[in-house]
Each structure stands twice: as C-alpha cells, then as structure tokens.
Design a protein around this ligand. Structure first.
Ligand code: PBG
Length: 323
C-alpha cells in the first residue's frame, strides 16, 4: 500500500510530533571539548584560523574548564604547547610540563570533568613529526617507549584517560604495559585508531604549533581512500588493550564511523576536527551559512552515523544552543 494511504508528512506536522519520533538526540553529554595549554600565566591568545579557540596558560585553562563543566559537557582533551622543542620531544615527559600542570590545576579546582590527554610527539618535537626521526624517517619502535613514558606522566599528573594520536604501530600495547607496571591498570586508553592523513588538520597545526617541518604524515596516518583498513586498525588497537577507539576526522569519514560502530561493541568517538570547525566559522562570518543550524546538523550527523562521543570545538556553543 502506498500513496494516498502512506503519507510520511503526517509525522512532521508539529515540532512536538517531530520531537517524539526523532531518532537521534544530540546532547552535551556526549561532547568532549579540546583545549590548548601554553606556558606563562594570564595568556589567552586566539588562534587566527579558529575563531573562538584559544591557546591558554594553565590558570586560564582552569577557568575555562569551570565554564565547560557548568554547560554540562563531561570531558575535555588537552593539547600542549611546550616552552621548548627538541628532536625527541623531551618536554612532553616533564613533571612540570604544560599538560601535566594543567591536569593538576583542573584536579585542584575539583571540577567534575573527565580529563583526557592527547599522547603524541608532534607538538613537542622540533621537526613536528609524531615520532622520532632516524635516517630521515619516522622510526616506529624507538618512539613507543617515549609515548609510553608520556602517557605515564599524564597518568601521574592525574589524567582520567590517555588518548594516543601518533599512529605508530604497537603504541597501545606499549602504553598499556607501562601503565600496568606502574599501578595504573584501571586507567582507560582511548586510541585514535583510525586517524586519516587529512587536510582538515590545517588549523590545528597553527593552534598546536605542530606542523611537520619536512615531508608529511602519509607514512603513518591512514590513506583517506581506505575503510577496510580502518577496521583492521581498530581490531589491532582493541587487541592491544584499547578501551575506546576514535575515528578522525569525522565528516568525510561518516561511513567509517558507521562500519566501526557496526563491527565493534566498544564506545566509538569521532573527532570533528579543526578544519571542519573553521569551515563553518568562515562561512558563517561571511554570512553564507547559519552557524548554529549547520553546526548542530553536523554534530547530529556524526551522532547518527554511530559516534557515542564527539570531540568538537563547537562543544560549548552547541551545549548552549541545546539548552
Ligand atoms: C596530533 C594531533 C593532530 C590532531 C589531533 N592530535 C594533528 C595531526 O595529526 O597533525 C588534529 C586535531 C584537529 O585538527 O582538530 N597528533
């Protein structure tokens, strides 16, 4: 039986009806807000390619986190801009490093927030790659020990979850082993399992000052054309001990989010990355798009595709819009 008996428009008549039959409900409860920590105090410097996003010193980060908490956003993820960079990213391991101090400040402020840390070397190395360089190449195995030490130092500072984003093979296992040896067997790992080599990270590299100084990340991040490989990456990371996995970026990879959601039962996070945010901001500033409308539509799409958790620079705005 079809038209005139079937009329899907019947259920679209009023907002009340539409709300009743809505399949996907977006809420601040699934958002994670990314923050960039820099040295100094009282610093709050707007990233030019990401309006509304700031590089902030530890004191300002703690203030910002209070606002995040008050908006009902459950978590943040921290990225560090260290005082000094070197070939091995030594500043990422310091007890008094920017991220470590930010975690402590947030803990001290007794905020009800899940504190996630990004574990990677690109923000801390002078060459800007996510691993150390040997013979002109990003060397996998020697990088693992440094990543594990970095994760441990975040754990010691009080992080709730560590999130490796480097895409070295075997890093989840190395981090899990290191955490377990040091009595952090209950600390979860959120692995950036399917992280693509994407042009959408452009603005982030300004925000985190982490652009590679030579070459690109194609030898470790995934080829945008592949989705079966994403399933393999996820399976390997889960095997190594990841508790949750991430697909990144989100918008050009909604099919990957859906496939991962269908094949695995762990929580799936999606990173609505810097370029996805900046495109909306730029178009809205020109009056070409309605920012609120498209941002909520994008976030709903990511959720509908199957993401349980969405990392997004729009988290605070969206939480306000959804109130
Ligand atoms: C670091 C890292 C990157 C992002 C998150 N962690 C950048 C990169 O791989 O170059 C990107 C986030 C964004 O674009 O918002 N490894």
């Amino acid at each position: 039986m079809s038209f005139p008996v079937q009329r899907p428009r019947r259920l679209r008549k009023t907002e009340l009806l539409r709300g009743l039959v809505r399949e996907t409900r977006l809420s601040a409860a699934s958002f994670v807000y990314p923050l960039f920590v820099c040295p100094g105090s009282g610093v709050r410097h707007e990233v030019s390619s990401m309006p509304g996003v700031f590089q902030q010193s530890v004191d300002r980060i703690a203030e910002d986190c209070r606002e995040v908490e008050s908006l009902g956003i459950p978590g943040i993820i921290l990225f560090g801009l260290p005082e000094k960079k070197d070939p091995r990213g030594a500043s990422s391991l310091q007890k008094d490093g920017v991220v470590q101090r930010a975690i402590e400040a947030i803990r001290k402020a007794k905020l009800n927030l899940v504190v996630i840390t990004d574990v990677c070397l690109c923000e801390y190395t002078d060459h800007g790659h996510c691993g150390i360089i040997e013979n002109g190449e990003v060397a996998n195995d020697p990088t693992l020990a440094i990543l594990a030490e970095q994760a441990l130092s975040h754990a010691r500072a009080g992080a709730d979850i560590v999130a490796p984003s480097d895409m070295m093979d075997g890093r989840v296992a190395a981090i899990r082993r290191k955490l377990d040896e040091n009595n952090f067997q209950d600390l979860p790992i959120l692995s950036y399992a399917a992280k693509y080599c994407s042009g959408f990270y452009g603005p982030f590299r300004e925000a985190a000052d982490s652009a590679p100084q030579f070459g690109d990340r194609r030898s470790y991040q995934m080829d945008p054309a592949n989705s079966r490989e994403a399933l393999r990456e996820v399976a390997l990371d889960l095997d190594e001990g990841a508790d949750m996995i991430m697909v990144k970026p989100a918008l050009p990879y909604l099919d990957v989010i859906t496939r991962v959601r269908q094949e695995f039962s762990v929580p799936v996070a999606a990173y609505n990355v810097s370029g996805e945010y900046s495109m909306v901001k730029a178009a809205a500033q020109k009056g070409w798009l309605d920012e609120k409308r498209v941002a909520l539509e994008i976030l709903t799409g990511i959720k509908r595709a199957g993401a349980d958790i969405i990392l997004t620079y729009h988290a605070k705005d969206a939480a306000r819009w959804l109130k």
